[in-house]
Design a protein around this ligand. Structure first.
Ligand code: 13P
Ligand code: SF4
Length: 307
């Protein structure tokens, strides 16, 4: 049986030999992050997907991330590390429902969180991620009416920062982040009164309102790393705590809730990654040409307006 370290060494050797770029979302385990060429939040991964020099890309994350990568790099072979890893939020809205909402609101710009299927993206105007949403919505000049899908909590957080625009939301959200409640905030603050509360904008509004900082996965990591504070309560997927402990061993990190675990993100194991780089695992992402080309427009707009 190989040890974790031997497995990681083999993965690093095989990815070079087979010209594979490994992209890993920050909600992956630390042992996977250590063998990745790039780690980060959804926006960072999208940018990296568009520019990686390798012929093959392995996405350690969930399906919409691998699809985004394929849309941006159609000539590359793009693989999802574990084919069962989906994002429940991405499936909350289908094309028929969104089309009927568009028909009822013809003067609204459809702003889609990147956590959506490629099919849905074909009828959206622009994609956003948690780290780029405010900037992009502000940058959509002349367009003042926004239909924000599917995450109402992220949408409400953007609305607060762009009060000059009119927003409509559709009921939706991340089941992982919605597990955290105001009772969790009260409990964690009572247990750690000196700690700063850092949360993801996918959290309920009442949780976000109690926070010292609201931001994307990368935003939370950077805030904790750069802060002079020493204790933090983390209100996002709990893998971030482990990464932060490695980054800042002198600081203390506490989970806002023990239940904030994304079971889809946690499906991928280091052995899955090993099997993928060996050519014996994962799923190659194949998208019909018309879906790929139509979905690309709103991702390209995101990358342009997000810079
Ligand atoms: P970010 O990567 O933009 O922080 O989003 C978190 C998330 O839930 C990804 O699925
Ligand atoms: Fe989807 Fe939420 Fe998991 Fe992100 S954390 S992949 S939004 S279910």
């Amino acid at each position: 049986m190989m040890t974790t370290r031997e497995l990681q060494d083999e993965i690093i050797r095989l990815k070079k030999e087979n010209d594979i770029c490994i992209l890993a979302h920050a909600y992956q385990s630390h042992e996977i992050l250590e063998v990745a060429d790039f780690t980060g939040d959804s926006y960072g991964l999208s940018k990296q997907a568009a520019t990686a020099p390798q012929k093959n890309v392995l996405m350690c994350g969930v399906r919409f991330m691998a699809e985004t990568c394929k849309i941006l790099s159609p000539d590359k072979h793009v693989f999802l590390s574990n084919s069962a890893a989906g994002c429940p939020m991405a499936e909350q809205l289908d094309v028929e429902l969104l089309q009927s909402l568009k028909d009822k609101n013809p003067d609204y710009t459809v702003v889609a969180y990147i956590n959506t299927t490629s099919e849905l993206k074909t009828i959206c105007d622009v994609c956003v991620t948690s780290s780029s949403a405010v900037k992009i919505v502000k940058n959509i000049e002349q367009l003042t009416k926004i239909l924000f899908i599917p995450d109402c909590n992220l949408g409400a957080w953007v609305e607060e920062q762009v009060p000059e625009k009119t927003f409509k939301f559709v009921h939706g959200g991340c089941p992982t982040h919605l597990r955290m409640s105001i009772a969790d905030v009260e409990r964690a603050k009572a247990a750690h009164p000196a700690a700063k509360l850092l949360v993801h904008p996918e959290c309920l509004a009442e949780v976000s309102k109690a926070a010292d900082y609201i931001g994307s996965t990368t935003g939370i990591i950077d805030y904790a790393k750069n802060s002079t504070d020493r204790e933090f309560i983390i209100g996002t997927e709990n893998s971030i705590l482990q990464h932060l402990q490695y980054e800042c061993p002198e600081k203390s990190f506490y989970p806002l809730s023990k239940d904030c675990v994304c079971h889809n993100m946690k499906l991928t194991t280091l052995m899955d990654v090993y099997n993928c780089v060996k050519g014996a695992g994962g799923e190659e992402i194949i998208l019909p040409d018309d879906i790929r080309t139509k979905a690309k427009a709103c991702i390209d707009t995101m990358l342009t307006l997000g810079e």
